[in-house]
Design a protein around this ligand. Structure first.
Ligand code: BG6
Length: 488
């Protein structure tokens, strides 16, 4: 592909989330978040995402009493809290233009409902953003990435409670005011649709606390509150930081019909709509009719305040960001078909695609298809804020890490990304690879599921030196950024 380059000013970089990378879970006045109470299950098959995400009130109570951090990997993360200067310097060495990170809500408001913010927490992110600025890196900040303070779960039933919107508004106003001169790009809720797949980490919901209630209704009620909160966050951000850009964030699970049988095609259309309904709501500022039909047919009643519809309509997002890791097949009947795991979904295996060790099917063309679908649907700029390969890496005797498989994954995806921009006319603001530095996996909570260009010496129990080592892909990505893709 000689002389093909990405558009001028394309924002190349990497992404992390506080709950998976920071550690320092009880330092600097930080409160406890839902993720700090999420235990790993190393004995459970890695493809059994349901088991990995199951949590009860009793589990949380046990977690709160436990000081055995080796069981709760998100408590140690990759120790970014102590290594951020070194990490950002390494991002700069790769040439990052942008670094996507999240602010841990519980570092700013330890219990979520506190009146005053925690100054030490605010100062930490001041330091992080200053460090980014020193290296010419633009921060892209997720306001909420699986980090609700646990107090909101235990005393308010998480996002099911309307009151949480007010607490979130307060948090957003605080961070936008504090970082008004440091952060221009924002995302409201990471993968807002993941409320359906892991309601605990996304919405602070625990099923056993809603006895006698329709669980799906609980989830959608919490989701409604996040939609209103997201619109209010967009409003607040635009008011406090003129010129700022606020995006929604969707898990782009791309489904193909397993066969051309109309029943299978219909099923894939239904599955895609079941996903698009979230970004449709955030981009168009209203619930799509097909989601309202689903509510009606399932007897789901969402409690709304009279002003909610107007709020959602008045403050839609400026751009659409998404994660893309894989595609899956879907069919009217799965009988006799091979299934595989994916990004918190189980789907039919596509015989034409290879899979990662975690069963996620690798499909670079699916990225192009996803970009075209999203851009045609929304006509808003896209931002790919997560993509990458979770793999086991080995440190060689000479200390090097040869992750050619990761380079191959990125190489293929970057080519199709460029095809979407160049041939399909898709507007794409930038690309941040997921877990640019190794971090704790969201679904399985393993450290050994590594995504980074930078290796972190730490095992699934948190043992290790936390030394950073650039992998082979580090040097490769540097060349991609340096040449703005021409190197590919
Ligand atoms: C996305 C999440 O769904 O997938 C991240 O936003 C997560 O938080 C990423 O880490 C990869 O998933 P996993 O389970 O491999 O960490």
């Amino acid at each position: 592909m000689p002389n093909r380059r990405f558009p001028e000013g394309f924002l190349w970089g990497g992404a992390t989330a506080a709950n998976q990378v920071e550690g320092g879970w009880n330092e600097g006045g930080k409160g406890i978040s839902v993720s700090d109470c999420a235990r790993h299950h190393l004995d459970v098959d890695v493809t059994d995402y349901r088991k990995h995400n199951e949590i009860t009130t009793r589990d949380v109570e046990e977690a709160l009493k436990s000081d055995d951090d080796s069981l709760y990997p998100k408590r140690h993360g990759s120790q970014f809290y102590h290594h951020y200067k070194e990490d950002i310097a390494m991002f700069a060495e790769m040439g990052f233009k942008v670094y996507r990170l999240s602010i841990a809500w519980s570092r700013i408001f330890p219990n979520g409902d506190d009146r005053e913010p925690n100054e030490e927490g605010l100062k930490f992110y001041d330091n992080v953003f200053d460090e980014c600025k020193k290296h010419g890196i633009e921060p892209l900040v997720t306001m909420s990435h699986y980090e609700p303070p646990i107090n909101l779960t235990l005393n308010y039933d998480g996002w099911y409670s309307r009151e949480v919107i007010g607490f979130f508004e307060n948090y957003v106003r605080t961070i936008c005011t504090r970082y008004r001169d440091k952060v221009r790009y924002w995302l409201t809720f990471n993968e807002v649709d993941s409320m359906i797949r892991h309601p605990y980490t996304t919405g602070g919901l625990i099923e056993d606390r809603f006895q006698g209630k329709l669980w799906e209704e609980v989830i959608f009620q919490a989701m409604h509150h996040q939609f209103v909160a997201s619109a209010l966050a967009t409003k607040i951000c635009h008011e406090i930081i003129p010129g700022s850009k606020v995006g929604c964030m969707l898990t782009k699970l791309t489904y193909y019909p397993y066969t051309c049988k109309p029943e299978d095609v219909l099923k894939s259309q239904q599955d895609m709509r079941a996903l698009y309904c979230y970004s449709d709501t955030q981009v168009f500022g209203e619930y799509p009719s097909y989601l309202l039909a689903r509510f009606r047919n399932k007897g789901i009643n969402i409690r709304k305040e009279p002003q909610d519809d107007e709020i959602m309509k008045s403050y839609p997002v400026d751009f659409v960001s998404f994660s893309y890791y894989m595609s899956s097949c879907t069919a009217a009947s799965t009988e006799g078909l091979d299934v595989t795991a994916g990004n918190t979904v189980i789907a039919i295996k596509n015989p034409y695609l290879p899979s990662s060790d975690w069963g996620w099917q690798i499909d670079p063309i699916g990225l192009r298809i996803s970009m075209v679908d999203l851009y045609d649907r929304y006509r808003k700029p896209l931002f790919i804020v997560e993509n990458g390969l979770g793999a086991r890496d080995t440190v060689n005797e000479d200390g090097t890490i040869d992750d050619q498989y990761r380079i191959d994954y990125f190489d293929a995806h970057f080519r199709t990304m460029l095809d979407a921009i160049e041939y399909d006319g898709v507007e794409c603001m930038g690309y941040t690879s997921w877990g640019c530095i190794d971090l704790v996996s969201e679904s399985t909570k393993q450290m050994s599921k590594r995504y980074g260009f930078i290796y972190v010496d730490c095992d699934d129990h948190g043992n290790g030196t936390y030394r950073r080592i650039p992998k082979k892909s580090f040097h490769w990505y540097k060349k991609v950024i340096e040449s703005n893709g021409e190197f590919l």
